[in-house]
Design a protein around this ligand. Sequence first.
Ligand code: GTP
Ligand code: MG
Length: 200
Amino acid sequence: MIIHSAEFTVSNSNVALCPVTNLPEYAFIGRSNVGKSSLINALTNHKNLAKTSSTPGKTQLINHFLINKEWYITDLPGYGYAKVSKGIKAGWEKMISDFLIKRQNLLYTFVLVDSRHAPQKIDIEFINWLGESQIPFCIVFTKIDKLKKREAIKNIADYRAALLEYWEELPFNFVTSAEKKEGLNEILDFIENSNLVYKP
Ligand code: GTP
Ligand code: MG
């Protein structure tokens, strides 16, 4: 898919205030600092569409971007950010879970996991929650440029094995680098095909 336009629409903290639309939507979620906003910029070929930062906790709201005037990307805050109070954390978690459960036009959620790390409990728990909540999702391994090929293959296999302890079948997965622009066409093709079969 060719991206002709990508525009920021609105930020808010409540699913009830998100744009009213029938257009298909894809959310990007994952631990703080995993590379959600960077991946959105790489996919849309815009340097600063979504705000990125080397310090975790940058994205704190639900951010909507309209792509090709045909579909939406949502950039969500990361989960598992340690440096905020319990109350704020609980508020973010409620904002995210409400959004994922209630957003009617949300077709898929892309769950990003850092390919450098061994399977993390918080990611597995989140993925299992998506499954229990019947929220359709894919897994996206990020920052693959930071690993040697052999390490990447091992880490991804370890991740899949950890998930297979809970799941009989694994969802679709993508291996990406926002930095080196790898794995982007695969995600865009997936979105293009999903848009084609979407019936609001
Ligand atoms: P929060 O909004 O804080 O939850 O973070 P985020 O998941 O949106 O991460 P963000 O895109 O802001 O990136 C965090 C850091 O990781 C930044 O310093 C990015 O430059 C870096 N980063 C993101 N993607 C990649 C990648 O593919 N390769 C490398 N080497 N660095 C990356
Ligand atoms: Mg972000």
